[in-house]
Design a protein around this ligand. Structure first.
Ligand SMILES: [Zn+2]
Length: 284
């Protein structure tokens, strides 16, 4: 029997990269989690999407406790060289001399607890690149790029993260969009998800920008379901007898047979409401 491992961390906002990962290139189940120090503030989606960076990580945790996911957990992220084949990587906002915020410790604990349940990561910290558990980038030495990441302070926090992980429920809470994202950042994030020449957010209210960003994330999530629905409808059309009308019942049956009708309905309802909001904002 083949075991299927999850591709998404359910507590993260899904912001997939279109580069800087190796599809299917990770050995599952993974050996554990490697928290990195970002040496910077703000989402890494833009930097990881930039062809100058040539790096990525599966996850990112902000000081406020927002979790973003950039690479599928069954693909290889480019975070720690020879360690990329075996470990899930998580970048953590802030600097090497800065301690984690309590929200970051909490989020890392939730991620680790979830990994214990779905990947059978052991309840231990490890300093062995051939071992299992909650590790560090620096434990891999030169084979992992010869970094000191994440520094003594954050490496020393692993006992606290593990202790918190053992007290967590198995299912992480869904991540919320960052509330303190300033308006220029919000516009930049939206433009990253918008085709060239369509950067038309000038004059749009902050609330509408945020609603649009939320819709954009939902649309990404619903895309898989819509793809499955399209394939179902194609099959129905191929079987449709000539001269017979295509009925609503048959269409609804196709929706029902698609992978996730609940997500599709939620997406259609939410996007309808947000589109009305967007147009109201533009015409008033
Ligand atoms: Zn690192």
């Amino acid at each position: 029997m083949t075991v299927t491992y999850p591709t998404r961390y359910p507590g993260a906002v899904w912001r997939p990269l279109d580069r800087h990962f190796t599809a299917g290139g990770i050995v599952v189940p993974t050996r554990g989690l490697i928290p990195h120090v970002a040496e910077g503030n703000g989402s890494l989606f833009g930097w990881f999407s930039n062809s100058a960076s040539q790096v990525s990580a599966h996850l990112w945790v902000s000081k406020a406790g927002v979790v973003e996911q950039y690479v599928s957990l069954t693909d290889r992220a480019w975070a720690q060289a020879a360690g990329n084949r075996f470990w899930v990587s998580v970048e953590c906002e802030g600097y090497v001399a800065e301690d984690y915020t309590p929200a970051q410790v909490q989020r890392l604990a939730e991620i680790y607890r979830w990994g214990m349940d779905v990947f059978a990561w052991p309840a231990q910290i490890t300093d062995d690149p051939n071992g299992y558990g909650l590790g560090t980038h620096r434990m891999g030495g030169s084979a992992w790029g010869g970094h000191s990441c994440p520094g003594d302070l954050r490496a020393g926090r692993r006992r606290d993260i593990l202790a918190a992980a053992l007290g967590q429920p198995a299912t992480p809470p869904p991540s919320e969009l960052e509330d303190d994202m300033d308006e220029p950042t919000l516009r930049k994030v939206l433009n990253e998800g918008t085709a060239q020449g369509q950067e038309s957010w000038a004059g749009t209210s902050r609330e509408t920008l945020r609603a649009t960003q939320a819709t954009f994330n939902q649309a990404k999530t619903a895309a898989d379901g819509i793809g499955a629905l399209g394939r179902q409808l194609q099959q129905i059309l191929a079987q449709q007898p000539v001269g017979e009308p295509l009925t609503v019942d048959r269409m609804l049956a196709a929706i029902d047979a698609a992978t996730d009708p609940v997500a599709l309905v939620a997406f259609v309802e939410a996007s309808g409401a947000r589109l009305r909001q967007l147009y109201a904002g533009r015409t008033s």
